[in-house]
Design a protein around this ligand. Structure first.
Ligand code: ZN
Length: 85
C-alpha cells in the first residue's frame, strides 16, 4: 500500500487490463453498477472502470470496488496537474 503525495491518504494502485495503474482509495466501497446513468466511477478489483452509484447497503450493491483517488482527494486539481506534467 502507498500514500497520496498530496494528502497522504492511503491509496492502492489497481492495474487495468490495458496495463495502466489507477490510484484508488484504499478502502473498498460497495457500488451499484449503472452503465449509462451512474454519476460516479468505481474501479473493480480486476481493473475495469464502471459508472455507478455508491451505496452503504451490501444488499443493494452489485459489487465491491475502489473509488479513484482523484474523485476524493482534496488536492485533486493539483494532483491532476502533476499527472499531466
Ligand atoms: Zn490525495
Amino acid at each position: 500500500m502507498s500514500a497520496c503525495k498530496a494528502c497522504m491518504a492511503a491509496i492502492v494502485w489497481i492495474k487495468t487490463p490495458a496495463g495502466k495503474s489507477i490510484p484508488c482509495d484504499a478502502t473498498p466501497r460497495y457500488y451499484i453498477e449503472k452503465p449509462r446513468v451512474g454519476s460516479k466511477k468505481i474501479v473493480t478489483p480486476n481493473g475495469q472502470v464502471l459508472s455507478c452509484e455508491y451505496t452503504e447497503d451490501p444488499a443493494k450493491a452489485t459489487g465491491v470496488g475502489y473509488v479513484p483517488h482523484w474523485a476524493t482527494c482534496p488536492y485533486a486539481r493539483q494532483f491532476r496537474r502533476k499527472q499531466n506534467g
